[in-house]
Design a protein around this ligand. Structure first.
Ligand code: M6R
Length: 611
């Protein structure tokens, strides 16, 4: 996730671009840059690190110019360094581009453009756009951008300036956010509304597959598909800046829960080709993969729960034995690993002290170490032999939500890739799972769009917010989902909650069951479904109120549970993704009802960099 901005008008562009970027820093902050048209040249300034580095660099020496674009980067393709920072230029230095998103077919485009004589400077997917527009330019920048984008697969929100059309910014969007701000004799462009609220409240929301031209006479919209003109009235935004950063959501956590379909799509993007997974980024040869005889998954907190889900997927799809451990335990034990062991460290931040120590511990024993992380350039990603990034975008709420869903997606992809290479699943079987993975974003969206379901969860919160203990139970992948439900509830609402493997109840925890202790049972379709039903019977018999998370179309569950939260049906192993969403919402609404600060719960930090 990156942030893009643009300004065109009568004022000096640089201060406005920097100010707008400062409102987008939450979208990424490993490097930043601006390009401004000055005296017949495009002057580009880029700096690695927080936006402040760029501000310092421009403090006493800014381009004099009224047209410019800017970018704050959250690296996906290419390390976070100055060369890879945006804006990117074409060969002639006459076109500059900023981009948010992922160009899936950038390698193929890059090769073709190199054959045509273009010279690339960076490792980014974005630079292909500058050269592509250069290649398509025949006197009309809008046409060049529109033609060039027809060749692009993936997601993008872009802004383009050119020396050949100095009073214009061309922008376009597909699957990445983009808005234009309309001022008096000036126009603004940004990934998100807060970036321009200081200057205007008249906002034109750009939709997918639309192109927008900003020039002296205002803002013109057209279709990227057929070039037709689009008429849309701007909206007048009344939010204050702080709530605008949350896009109108009350809290970052809620915003991030609603961003989960996007996080799933971004994590899937660019990782398959013609029905086969392509995960070159993990830097494991087929020979290495075939030699693996054991997998360790090591992580903390929510990342550990995502790792538990991976255990089910890897064992079932690859038949490789998987051990999973909490990093703070793993680092101090004497596990048996060697160069045939694949050790997967899962960490949103990539900076969790215990997870890092666990990875180093495995490295000492020659294991192949792999990182699943959300932060490009994090210590974990730098020290691992290979990395699979989750592209969830920055997560501000301390409670992990969208990053967990993205971790599960990345782990499913990794598990399936191992199966594909080892041929432990047929090609057709792999394709089927891949198709199902691709459908998970829509399933999560369906839950989030279901007003009736959201209402039910809120009613549940109203009924139970004052309870002091909760039990969460599940089997199979429903077990890690139950653990996560309990963790979410305790960390943001401060209610005591325990997650248990449902079959363990009778070995002790059932002693806690009584009418005052609500039980949440994860009971999606699968081979252990009947067993979970029996566990529901057990707790009901002891007077518990039971809320079940179940698959849509389940006609029986309603006879046993007091409340049912239905989620779309998918295959058993993948069901962890839709099943976790109602539990995130449940803890959110309970915590809100209790007046808790859901984004910054007491005693917690987003990244635990100390032991
Ligand atoms: O950055 P990491 O994924 O390594 O963080 C691990 C845990 O600290 C984290 O998941 C924590 O449990 C969250 N607060 C859960 O919401």
């Amino acid at each position: 996730m990156c942030g893009i901005v643009g300004y065109l008008g009568k004022r000096q562009a640089t201060p406005i671009l920097l100010d707008s970027l400062s409102k987008l820093e939450y979208r990424g902050y490993d490097s930043a840059g601006v390009a401004v048209i000055e005296d017949g040249k495009i002057r580009v300034t880029k700096k690695v690190g927080y936006l402040n580095q760029l501000k310092q660099a421009l403090k006493d020496d800014q381009a004099v110019g009224v047209t410019g674009i800017g970018h704050t980067r959250w690296a996906t393709h290419g390390a976070p360094n100055e060369v890879n920072a945006h804006p990117h230029l074409d060969c002639t230095g006459r076109i500059a581009v900023v981009h948010n998103g992922i160009i899936e077919n950038y390698l193929a485009l890059r090769e073709r453009l190199i054959e045509c004589g273009h010279t690339f400077k960076s490792d980014t997917d974005t630079e292909v756009l500058a050269h592509l527009f250069e290649e398509n330019y025949a006197g009309d920048l809008k046409q060049a951008v529109s033609n060039g984008l027809k060749e692009v697969e993936g997601s993008f929100a872009i802004a383009v300036i050119s020396l050949d059309d100095q009073d214009t910014i061309i922008a376009a969007r597909k699957d990445s956010p983009l808005i234009a701000g309309i001022g008096k004799g000036e126009s603004f462009l940004a990934s998100d509304i807060p970036a321009v609220l200081e200057y205007t409240r008249d906002i034109l929301v750009i939709e997918d597959n639309e192109l927008v031209v900003l020039n002296g006479s205002g803002v013109e919209l057209s279709s990227l598909i057929d070039g037709s003109t689009i008429k849309r009235e701007p909206i007048v935004v009344k939010w204050d800046v702080r709530s605008a950063e949350k896009s109108g959501y009350e809290d970052f956590m809620l915003k991030e829960i609603f961003e989960q379909p996007h996080a799933i799509r971004e994590t899937m993007m660019g990782r398959s080709y013609q029905g086969r997974l392509v995960l070159d980024e993990i830097k494991l040869s087929d020979k290495d993969i075939k030699a693996i005889d054991k997998v360790f998954v090591v992580a903390c907190g929510t990342s550990y729960h995502a790792g538990l889900v991976a255990k089910y997927a890897i064992e079932s799809w690859t038949r490789i034995p998987v051990e999973i451990d909490i990093a703070s335990e793993f680092r101090y034990r004497d596990p048996i690993l060697d160069d045939k062991t694949l050790m997967i460290s899962v960490s949103q931040s990539g900076e969790t002290a215990d997870t890092l120590a666990g990875m180093r511990h495995a490295k000492e024993q020659n294991a192949i170490v792999m990182a699943i992380t959300n932060v490009v350039g994090s210590t974990l990603s730098r020290e691992a032999d290979g990395v699979l990034y989750t592209h969830a975008g920055p997560e501000i709420g301390v409670a992990a939500t969208k990053t967990m869903v993205a971790q599960m997606m990345a782990l499913y992809l990794l598990a399936l890739y191992l199966a594909q290479v080892r041929k432990s699943i047929s090609l057709e079987g792999c394709r089927r799972i891949l198709r199902e993975l691709r459908g998970l974003d829509v399933m999560v969206q369906e839950i989030l769009d279901d007003e009736v379901e959201l209402g039910l969860i809120q009613q549940y919160a109203d009924k139970h917010f004052d309870k002091s203990d909760f039990l969460f139970i599940g089997r199979g992948v429903g077990y890690p989902v139950a653990l996560e439900g309990a963790l979410k509830l305790k960390e943001i609402s401060y209610i005591h909650a325990e997650g248990y493997a449902a079959g363990e109840l009778k070995h002790g925890p059932i002693a806690l069951v009584e009418p005052r202790v609500p039980v949440v049972a994860v009971a999606c379709e699968g081979h252990v479904y009947e067993k979970v039903l029996s566990n529901i019977h057990e707790v009901k018999a002891r007077g518990a109120n039971v809320c079940a998370v179940a698959s849509k179309g389940d006609k029986d569950i309603g006879k046993y549970a007091d409340e049912v939260l239905y989620v779309p049906r998918t295959s058993e192993i993948l069901s962890a993704v839709p099943a976790v969403v109602p539990l995130q919402l449940m803890s959110y609404y309970i915590a809100k009802k209790r007046g808790c600060n859901v984004d910054q719960p007491r005693n917690l930090a987003k990244s635990v960099t100390v032991e």
